[in-house]
Design a protein around this ligand. Structure first.
Ligand code: G3P
Ligand code: CA
Length: 273
């Protein structure tokens, strides 16, 4: 299944508005929604007690005041950590960290995927979600299984095939995407690429994958490859695009989505502010 090309470039907030606020926190996602982002990107990992949380790294050391692998910690352990202070924001200018409107948890606590889905559901406008499964091979299908169960609770696991889906699943792992595709054939999948592998040169994506997700370096170095993908009818979602010249290049090539740490700046550059 190919998904229809987008009418205009979608602006996707990478880990939230992560230049302005600590990545993967409610503060960053609330800011992205305020900024007018069309969609939010998040990475998901499984905790030791089976919760999906939005954390990029294998360990929590970089983005919190704690230590250890997410997979070795329980949700209660993560909830005791501060995921905001590392960003060292000027407190006067920092986004509100005092509590969410629905959950009461601090805006820089660990963010569960469930809480992010609630935020999106309450956004008051359409905000899409691009969920990346991180290193799912280690869990042999558990990440995808939990993810699909959670999406089912929100009525998002089986979008109608003829309408744009509010949720898509991304991964560098073709195996992870094929698990999603087998269980939920109409849920769009995005294959993330750091390099163009010889078997993908002709614009073919791995079996069952709907959308190409090249890194910006691929776009800069191989624009003809991007044109091949779009000519083949694939949507192209590019990460992580922060510089004006890269935004312009993506726009010239007619990509479908720009994933950025600076949604407000990209919207401005595209003339959508
Ligand atoms: O949106 C895709 C991009 O996030 C992949 O790289 O390392 O930021 O997860 P990374
Ligand atoms: Ca990611």
């Amino acid at each position: 299944m190919t998904h229809a090309r987008q009418q205009r470039i979608q602006v996707v907030a990478h880990r939230g508005a992560s230049e302005d606020a600590p990545e993967h926190t409610l503060a960053a996602y609330k800011k992205a929604i305020e900024d007018g982002a069309d969609a939010l990107e998040c990475d998901v990992r499984l905790t030791a007690d089976g919760h999906l949380v939005c954390v990029h790294d294998r360990r929590v050391n970089r983005t919190s005041n704690g230590r250890g692998a997410v997979s070795a910690l329980e949700l209660a352990d993560l909830a005791a950590l501060d995921f905001g202070s590392w960003k060292d924001l000027d407190r006067d200018e920092a986004p509100d960290r005092t509590g969410g409107s629905t959950g009461g948890a601090a805006d820089t606590s660990v963010l569960t995927l469930e809480r992010l889905l609630e935020l999106v559901a309450d956004a008051g406008r359409r905000v899409e979600l691009a969920i990346e499964t991180k290193h799912p091979t280690r869990w042999a299908g558990q990440v995808e299984e939990r993810l699909l169960l959670l999406l089912k609770r929100f009525g998002l696991d089986a979008p109608p095939p003829d309408e744009p889906s509010p949720v898509r699943v991304m991964s560098f792992s073709a195996r992870s995407l094929s698990r999603v595709q087998e269980a939920s054939p109409t849920l769009p999948t995005v294959y993330l690429m750091q390099f163009v592998l010889p078997r993908h040169r002709e614009g073919r994506l791995p079996k069952g994958v709907h959308i190409a997700g090249p890194g910006i370096r691929i776009v800069r170095n191989h624009p003809a490859y991007i044109e091949k993908l779009t000519r083949a009818g694939h949507q192209v979602h590019v990460w992580t695009v922060n510089e004006p010249e890269d935004i312009d290049l993506c726009a010239r090539l007619g990509v479908d989505a720009i994933i950025t740490n600076r949604p407000a700046a990209v919207l401005r550059r595209l003339g959508r502010d």
